[in-house]
Design a protein around this ligand. Structure first.
Ligand code: SF4
Length: 463
């Protein structure tokens, strides 16, 4: 049986090469698991670094740099370049979830796990909790947050599915973000419906089973959002092939047919609002002023206990040796700030999107959600900048000047904003809107883009 969907295309051959080397991919994943566990556990067991420590000489700083300076920002970037290849080929959590599921109880996935709001809820809770415990600064919280997530993934695998990644599909705190960014990838596994049907029409022809671990309905797959790019289905029924595509195609031609309100919430309130708030709260002078005002009021009213760090480090940052402690006032105000940023940004962006959808004619929620998808570049670009700020901080602490960073940030923000506007232009054309309506709609999307951009401009250039 031939399993070659597009044998003459080098890109398709890469997909088939991956299919044929699943054993090697599994070995690679176990190597990543070992490296990941060492990076998580060892720093939590050794003393904190002193002022003379360096990234290359201290395991705590090394792990901090690898996890938050390299791993997270560049895994995010990889989604836009090669889809969710990280998930399918390297992710230690996904590999452990799938391995556990091979030996687990194999139970069915209950309905509550399939709730579509989990990606946003898990992302929001992890982001806020990460700030409460200073996950980027200390190894013990990193062990709790990342290790806790990995243990939960294994537990889900032990209970549900058979060789599947139920955790990755429904519950992983970053799967929603990865799914959004991979829509922009220039690579995807395309399913040729005619070839698929043609395969079944020949009597006695049987295709070998494919285990799609993240439970993608391969036959009806039209995008890269849920696919982990593992390559196992490459060439299946002579109909599936890794292909190059326009980075605009999934947003413009696919996303509108299947409106996903929770994805809109994740883009508008999560990435553009909540994530921005989490990165900027320490820098905002208004936050400091509000804290001082509330502290004065608490002192006047004899409620100073709210200003004393009294909770353990796994609830609120509490490292007296590092002179880094958070009181209930600090923690409460920080959570309020992040939620307020999410709410204000989200509502302002939603209002602009509503105007954009209305500008195309009669208001329809599917157009609203479709236009929200156009904001993925600016939303993802902002989060990448926020995450890479730690990379820059750590490298500067090592003596690197990195004078070009400001220009690069400006170029990235401008490029992401232009990409979002270009997508909205294409989406408006997709609906056949007249030129004046198209211009009006894109102008409203530009307002949404500006709202999202202002948060990052304030953080990097004003405060
Ligand atoms: S559809 Fe499933 S099997 Fe095919 S490449 Fe994507 S994750 Fe792998």
């Amino acid at each position: 049986m031939s399993r070659s969907a597009s044998p003459n295309l080098p890109v398709a051959r890469i997909g088939e090469w991956l299919r044929e080397h699943q054993q090697a991919i599994r070995r690679l994943q176990w190597a990543v698991v070992v490296f990941y566990v060492l990076l998580l556990v060892v720093p939590a067991l050794v003393p904190m670094p002193d002022r003379q420590s360096h990234i290359w000489s201290n395991v705590v700083l090394f792990a901090q740099f690898i996890f938050w300076g390299i791993w997270w920002p560049f895994v995010l970037l990889s989604m836009v370049l090669v889809g969710r290849s990280w998930c399918g080929l390297f992710c230690p959590e996904g590999a452990l979830a799938e391995a556990a599921s091979r030996f687990g109880l194999g139970r069915a996935t209950p309905g509550w796990i399939k709730w579509k709001g989990w990606p946003f809820t898990a992302f929001a809770c992890t982001t806020i909790y990460g700030q409460m415990v200073s996950v980027y600064q200390y190894p013990a919280p990193a062990l709790v947050v990342l290790g806790g997530s990995t243990l939960a993934a294994i537990a889900v695998g032990l209970r549900m599915g058979r060789g599947k990644r139920v955790w990755c599909r429904y519950l992983c705190p970053v799967s929603g973000v990865f799914g959004l960014l991979s829509k922009l990838a220039p690579l995807h596994y395309r399913v040729d419906q005619a070839a698929w049907r043609g395969w079944g029409s020949e009597a006695g022809r049987r295709a070998p089973a494919v285990n799609c671990a993240p439970l993608v309905p391969i036959r009806t797959m039209r995008g890269a959002s849920a696919c982990h790019m593992c390559g196992r289905c490459a060439g299946f029924k002579g109909a599936v092939a890794l292909e190059v595509r326009s980075p605009s195609r999934e947003i413009v031609e696919v996303a509108g047919a299947d409106p996903r309100p929770w994805e809109t919430v994740l883009i508008v309130f999560g990435l553009m609002g909540l994530a921005a708030g989490a990165f900027q709260w320490t820098a905002n002078p208004l936050y400091v002023m509000a804290k001082l005002a509330i502290a004065e009021w608490l002192i006047d009213h004899g409620a100073t206990m709210l200003m004393e760090p009294r909770w353990p480090w796994w609830i609120l940052t509490n490292y007296p040796d590092q002179s880094d402690m958070m009181s209930p006032l600090d923690g409460g105000l920080m959570i309020a700030y992040i939620l307020a940023t999410a709410l204000v940004t989200g509502l302002a962006v939603s209002a602009a999107l509503a105007v954009a959808a209305r500008s195309l004619g009669r208001f329809e929620t599917r157009k609203f959600h479709h236009l929200a998808q156009c904001l993925i570049p600016i939303a993802g670009g902002g989060v990448f900048l926020g995450l890479s700020a730690l990379t820059v901080t750590m490298l500067r602490a090592e003596g690197l000047a990195l004078d070009f960073v400001g220009v690069m940030r400006a170029c990235l923000l401008a490029g992401a904003a232009a990409w979002s506007l270009w997508l909205s232009w294409l989406v408006c054309r997709h609906y056949g809107a007249s030129l004046p309506r198209r211009i009006a709609s894109v102008a409203a999307v530009a307002c949404a883009v500006m709202v999202g951009t202002v948060n990052w401009i304030a953080l990097f250039w004003i405060w």
